[in-house]
Design a protein around this ligand. Sequence first.
Ligand code: ADP
Ligand code: MG
Ligand code: ZN
Length: 486
Amino acid sequence: MSGRFEAVIGLEVHAQLRTRTKLFCGCPTSYGAPPNTQVCPVCLGLPGALPVPNRVAVELAARAGIALSCEVRPSSRLARKNYFYPDLPKGYQISQFEGPINGRGEVTVSWDGQSKNIRITRAHLEEDAAKSVHGVGTAPGTHVDFNRAGVPLLEIVSEPDLRSAEEAEAYLKKIREILMFAGVNDGNLEEGSFRCDANVSIRPIGQSELGTRTELKNINSFRFVRQAIEYEIARQETLVSSGQTVIQQTRSWDAARNQTVALRSKEDAHDYRYFPDPDLPPLEIEPESIAAWRAETPESADAMRARFVDQLNLTDYDATVLTSHPEVARYFESIVSRLAAQSAPETAKKVANFVQSEVLGHVALDGLDATFPSSSERVAELLALVQDGTINNKIAKQVFAEMRASQKTARQIVEEQNLAQVTDVAAIEGEVRKVLDAHPQQVQQYRSGKTAVLGFFVGQVMKATRGAANPKAVNELLRAMLQEQS
Ligand code: ADP
Ligand code: MG
Ligand code: ZN
């Protein structure tokens, strides 16, 4: 962006609500089923089929609104948004127009040491469209998979408050985090359950009127959102700087060619001929329910990070990694609480290190508590052995690898392979003596004051005992024996 213009960006996020069934029928919402196997007359738009609103979707939409500090409305309307497209079986999408379930809200976005409040215009319920698939196997042409048609979405519309691609990316990450920690969205960009449209315009600095925007459709990666917006800002700037005008249109991001390409000119809102759906009465929510959901709002990622730093003495970095996903946070806390009975002050730090360095690299998110050897219960058992001095950290890593390979518990492995640390002085003494005898030169160095060589001896003893000796016991013994021989 050159000095003359500023970018203006507003995002429309489409987040799939975590329901088992679709918004107006009982078809499952699970991802990955064979095409057109999760359909019925309602979501296929067959004549005479009648929609019935999914109560859970309404509740999750309201809970999302609460988490986004929106005004949640006890009464809202479902409307028909009419347009013609192969992926739209009824010829209209059921959405909300006037009177969305969630009105104005606001989120605080931080990036690069800066922070800013971004206003949310509204967050409304709507159904997803079907998916066009171009060329299936050997079959040419476009095919339509209706499994996704009718899946409940929350569309979160921001005010045009964002000023750069970087800010937009940070906003998107924040919205994802808020929704995931509120338990309403799984945050899975690859599976399309979190995606966005980015509206981009530029205007001369100092001008308050908005410029003509383009809308970048269906972006499903943080990297693409940043790249697409950056490209679009530059494209518009080049146009305007050379005396041309920006045409209001819908564009898409072509990741292969690294550019945005025009899809169609943008219809204005009135072209959708919105009207209240006559098949659906207003959505009514008891104010008591809204109050109860508000009271039950789960801890936000921001609050959790602050707690990890203040109460568990974790670094900002550790707290950030451990709150990267609610499953990770829950897993971490579950291990800490299992160890709490015998906890030392550094327990949380030890668990944080182990989870980050050993578990997250090896176990997929959805496997955290699903796979037996990596369950919080099994890992807590393992770390309890470190805590009580039975094994050291290094052996713990080895045991964990073995647990995953063999499906055995930590205790079984330690016993079978004789991995318990040797704290018994008599047992280590022979090894210490051998090491000292084998390195007379270093012994000399130690005695002449170069005590740093102690680390070398510790290393040698640990090697000789194949890591089984308790390093603390080895240290003490070495000091004593070096002393006594001098
Ligand atoms: P629709 O895309 O359905 O026509 P809206 O008119 O409500 O819906 O706008 C959608 C999004 O576009 C909002 O996030 C809004 O902030 C953003 N927006 C509107 N005008 C501009 C503009 N001139 N430049 C950038 N963003 C804009
Ligand atoms: Mg739009
Ligand atoms: Zn259905």
